[in-house]
Design a protein around this ligand. Structure first.
Ligand SMILES: C[S@@+](CC[C@H](N)C(=O)[O-])C[C@H]1O[C@@H](n2cnc3c(N)ncnc32)[C@H](O)[C@@H]1O
Length: 245
């Protein structure tokens, strides 16, 4: 079973946000009750064994993303998607893209995979419950990824949790290997010093070119749950855009 690392995600999954995502995908269709996050739990009335039910990659060996992610378009990654609105919103905004969402919390991955099925996106969106660092390190082929999103990563502050941090030099190197020349990396956070740290990592990495360290909006339509909440609360959001050299 996957380790449930980190503090609980306190974002509320507002109906309004999901309704907006649903409307983008299915204009004119009525948004109904089955989209509720609590549906699975209340329908079965027994605890859902998320750790065993969440979709995940093969446990060992090289992963051929081109073969494993359904569809034929360019591959985009959403790393640590949390409640997953960014994946659904991006799928609506970029109908030609295929998206691989990776989330370490099995419960969140299971719930998003159910949503993806209900929304009819399974032909081009794949969800995996796994550690993005380990999974991307053994993924290929080189250059298969056209865009990577890392929305509000690393919700850990204690020094002893540094080893859990996703966005660091090793992770950037895995991404660099997977990303095609010119592919984009978009990272956003509401924590100013984390943003400064991410900018410094990207600037120091030989395979990335920093395009903009202070984007004032998310130009990709991939609005995440945390982003929507920060905007509602009027919190500043720090965004960087980098490009694979
Ligand atoms: C602060 S939340 C942000 C969630 C979402 N991206 C958003 O913006 O609403 C960070 C997410 O990253 C996930 N995460 C942390 N480490 C991870 C890892 N190594 N691999 C995949 N996901 C990870 C956490 O479980 C959590 O859901």
């Amino acid at each position: 079973m996957l380790e449930d690392t980190g503090p609980p995600d306190t974002d509320t999954d507002t109906d309004r946000s999901w309704r907006a995502a649903f409307d983008l995908l299915h204009p004119g269709v009525i948004f109904g009750g089955p989209m509720s996050d609590e549906t699975t739990q209340s329908r079965t009335e027994v605890p859902v064994p998320y750790g065993t039910m969440a979709p995940r990659p093969p446990a060992e060996g090289e992963l051929d993303l081109d073969a494993l992610v359904p569809g034929h378009g360019p591959i985009e990654l959403d790393i640590g998607f949390g409640r997953g609105m960014s994946v659904v919103r991006r799928a609506a905004k970029a109908p030609d893209a295929r998206i691989l969402g990776i989330e370490i919390k099995a419960k969140l991955a299971f719930r998003l995979s159910e949503r993806v099925m209900r929304l009819g996106l399974s032909d081009r969106v794949l969800v995996w419950a796994c550690d993005a660092r380990e999974t991307l390190a053994r993924s290929g082929p080189a250059g298969c990824v056209s865009r990577a999103f890392v929305h509000f990563p690393d919700p850990w502050w204690k020094k002893r949790h540094t080893k859990r941090r996703v966005l660091g030099d090793d992770f950037l190197s895995s991404l660099a290997r997977l990303m095609a020349p010119g592919a984009e990396l978009f990272v956003q956070t509401d924590v100013e010093d984390r943003h400064a740290l991410y900018v410094s990592f990207v600037e120091a990495h030989p395979d990335f070119e920093l395009v903009d360290a202070h984007l004032d909006h998310n130009p990709f339509g991939s609005v995440s749950n945390r982003e929507a909440r920060a905007e509602e609360d009027g919190l500043p959001i720090h965004r960087l855009l980098a490009r694979r050299r």
